[in-house]
Each structure stands twice: as C-alpha cells, then as structure tokens.
Write a protein that binds this ligand. Structure first.
Ligand code: GAP
Length: 441
C-alpha cells in the first residue's frame, strides 16, 4: 500500500487533499492520471449498465435532498456505528473494529491495551453529515449530505417510469458522490468520508426478486472481470443475518483481495419493497406500478447493485502494480488493461531534430482527434521515457526515428512483453483501435 500511495503521488494519480495544510486523512484528490483512470471506470460502468441495455435508465439526482427522505429511508434512526472514546487520548474508535484499531500511544497497541487507556461506554454515532439549508441555522433547516445515491433513484421512480415509458422490470442507474462521517476512515482511498458510488436500482415484480438477484450478481462479476483484473482476486461473500443492513433481505458482496486483505468492493442487495413502501408512507404518494396489460397493481421489489468507484480505482491500481528486474534495474509497471489505461499511447521522437518532433506531433494529433488519449514526450533518454510510461500504465510507446522519414515506419514497444515491432506510421491509429476493442484475457 505504501508503494501504491507513493506511486500515486509521484505519477499524479492521487494526492492527499489539502496537502499544503498538512492534509486530511479521510479525503483524497485525483490528479491528471487518476482522473482519467476514474473516468474510464465510470464510463465502462455507464456503458454496460445503461447504454448497452434497453431496461436501465440513468438519473443524476441532487446531493441535498428533502430531510424526510432520510427519515423514510431509516438513515436518521439507524445509519449509526457504535463509537467508543478513550477519555485519556480522546481518540474515537468503532467498537466492532476495536481489536484491529491502533491506539494513539506509543508503541501503538489496540485501544484498551495500555495501562493508561480509559475506554468509555459505546454510544451510537450517526454517519450522516448535517448542514443547514438557507441562512438560518436551526433544527428546522437541517439537511444531510446524502450517504448513498440510491434514495435519489427511489424518489424519482414514478418520474422516470412515466417519462421513459418503461415496464417492470427496469432499472435506474446513477453515479455520484456520497458522504459518510466514518469513524475510522483509512487504507488510502478504500474508506473515505467523501466518495463516489455507481448504483443501480432494478425494480421487479415481487416473487421474481430472487431470480433477478442471481442475474445481477452474475452480471456484476462479469463487469469486474471485464476490467482486466485477475479473477483469483475476486470472490463472493454472503451476509449473515447479523451483517444485513436494515433494508436488505439478502446481500452478497463482491470482494477483492486488496493488499490489506479481502474487502468489500460492491454489494448486491435484495431491498424488497422496503424503500418504496417507506417513501409511500412518508410522502403520502402512490409509489406503485400499474401494469397496463393486466391492470395488476403492486409496489415493486428492488434488486440493487452498489459499487464504490474509488474502491474500483484502488482495485485496478492494486491489481496492475508489479515490480520486475530488467538487466539489473528495477522496473515498476502498472499493467492496466489497455481500455482502463489513462494514456493509451506515448509518442517519442528519438531526437529533437531532423523533423522527428514534427512527425511525432502529427501522430499525437491524429490519435487525439480520434479520441485516443496520447502523450508526447521528447525529454530524457528513451529508456527513461519508457520507465515513466511503465509507471503511468501506458500500454504502447511509439518512437519516431531516422527510418520514419525514410520508409514511413515507427517502432511500437509493448509495455508488458517489451517487444518492439515496426508498423507504418499511417496505421498507428488503426493498430491501437484494434487492440482497444480486444476483450481482456
Ligand atoms: N445503496 C447501498 C449502499 O450504499 P454500501 O454497501 O453501504 O451500500 C456501496 O455501499 C459501496 O459503496 C460499497 O461496496 C463501497 O464500494 C462503497 N463505499 C461505501 N462506503 C464507502 C466509503 N466510506 N469510502 C469509499 N467507498 C465506500
């Protein structure tokens, strides 16, 4: 993890937020390469969940919602973690994670294990961030930063269904920021207080929910594999009754083997009709579906797929990171699947003269015009330029040399095999496009 954090900063993937002020441990900023990687994750999810299907529509609901939403959803009452405070060092810990937490004293032991530790009674702490809507800071103007995107889809169920003329079963997908005042954030971007979710709520007829749960569980695993991660690093974990969220009848996590162990990446939940029934009760509106064919009326059940975008980015970084020794030198590589790589091709003139920079810039321009992210670099030795791109995860480096002006060919160097081949400069775009279309192994 330390290596990932340091590479993340060195190459411009992820920076500590507000670093010049000492940083905050619980939020992170994406740099130039990180934002491209994150965008690739979101675009892949949106393409597969919305654009490639007839039965899922997208929304982008607001972060600030009517406060009654969170009463109806159960978050005001039940979105809590048990918090324990040490009266001596004033640090706070999650009671259910106390054995894996570290106390503030040196040497750092689990809280309660130092002679001076004085742990108080556990009390429930609500994870929602509160703020005020408008100029008056009173109880009547309290609003919350949403802790999940899902509720924005439920409150828009009738709007979306009517506007899109969808019939059950159908889904509402959304990508957006969520906020949780986690007691123990940590592990880089794994658990933060501000993060992004990609969630889809699939509305089905009661009785068909279990079938749809299995369909979505398979589909979501297929998406993770499509990102090129090693399948031996993915597994499922079904929640026992003590782990189930207040809304769920069944929940299965897709877990990834992060450097700090197997952890949840995505949750697939059978939320029954809990949310729509509660919004029906709290809003007094008829949140039900009327089947125009048979005239059947029912409150749909919901199968939810909920993945963390930042956790997916961390998975891709962890899965891609490798170190190799090449001719006695350490090579650090991010072996992303080309479709996920922030930059697809780096183009180098071998020397800064003889018209080579101009030829290289032409190729970069062609690639960019075709929306293939390309990077031009003429500084340093070719070896150094290769190493920088290996650390950025760029799959192909294209070098323009003396032969280019003679016979129109360029060298393409493959990040993983290190093989170099010559192809026609005029074929570079086509050559890359073919490989981007190729599915992962
Ligand atoms: N709507 C259901 C829901 O929010 P969840 O399991 O609490 O379910 C879904 O969250 C996903 O959001 C998680 O699997 C995880 O990937 C991501 N996530 C949740 N809390 C997070 C946090 N504090 N930091 C980063 N990602 C988080």
């Amino acid at each position: 993890m330390d290596k990932l954090v340091s590479l993340g900063k060195r190459r411009g993937f992820i920076f500590q937020s507000s670093e010049i002020y000492g940083g905050t441990g619980s939020v992170w900023d994406y740099g130039p390469l990180g934002i491209e990687l994150k965008r690739n994750v979101k675009e892949s999810w949106w393409s597969r969940m919305v654009h490639q299907r007839d039965d899922v529509e997208g929304v982008d609901a607001s972060i600030l919602m009517h406060p009654r939403v969170w009463e109806a959803s159960g978050h005001v009452e039940g979105f809590t973690d048990p918090l324990v405070e040490c009266r001596v060092c004033k640090l706070r810990f999650r009671e259910d994670q106390i054995d894996s937490s570290k106390c503030g004293r040196k040497p750092s032991l689990a809280p309660g294990h130092h002679g001076e530790c004085e742990l108080g009674e556990a009390r429930l702490f609500n994870l929602m961030f509160r703020t005020f809507m408008g100029p008056v800071e009173s109880e009547g103007s309290v609003v919350y930063l949403r802790p999940e995107t899902a509720q924005g889809s439920y409150v828009n169920f009738i709007n979306v269904q009517t506007a899109s003329r969808q019939k059950i079963p159908f889904g509402i997908a959304q990508i957006g920021k969520a906020f949780r005042n986690e007691i123990t954030p940590g592990n880089f971007i794994f658990r933060t207080r501000e993060f992004e979710q990609a969630e889809m709520q699939f509305f089905v007829e009661p009785g068909t929910d279990e079938k749809w749960f299995e369909i979505w569980l398979d589909e979501r695993q297929a998406w993770h594999r499509s990102l090129g991660v090693r399948s031996e690093n993915l597994r499922l974990h079904e929640h026992g009754s003590d782990e189930l969220a207040h809304y769920a009848k069944k929940a299965v996590d897709i877990q990834y083997k992060f450097p700090f162990g197997w952890k949840e990446l995505e949750g697939i939940h059978n939320r029954t009709d809990f949310d729509l029934q509660r919004h029906r009760e709290y809003s007094g509106k008829r949140l039900e579906y009327i089947d125009s064919g048979g005239g059947k009326r029912f409150v749909p059940y919901v199968v939810e797929t909920a993945v963390g975008v930042d956790r997916t980015v961390l998975m891709l970084l962890s899965d891609a990171y490798r170190e190799e020794e090449i001719e006695g030198e350490l090579r650090v590589v991010l072996g992303f699947h080309p479709r996920m790589a922030p930059v697809k091709a780096a183009v180098f003139p071998l020397v800064k003269k003889d018209g080579l920079p101009e030829l290289a810039r032409e190729i970069v321009k062609d690639l960019r015009r075709a929306a293939v992210p390309a990077f031009y670099d003429e500084s340093g030795s070719i070896g150094r330029r290769y190493r920088r791109q290996d650390e950025a995860g760029t799959p192909w480096c294209i070098t323009i040399d003396g032969q280019t002006s003679e016979n129109g060919t360029v060298t393409v160097r493959d990040r993983d095999s290190l093989q170099q081949i010559r192809i026609n400069a005029s074929n570079v775009l086509e050559w890359i496009r073919e490989r981007l279309a190729f599915p992962p192994p």
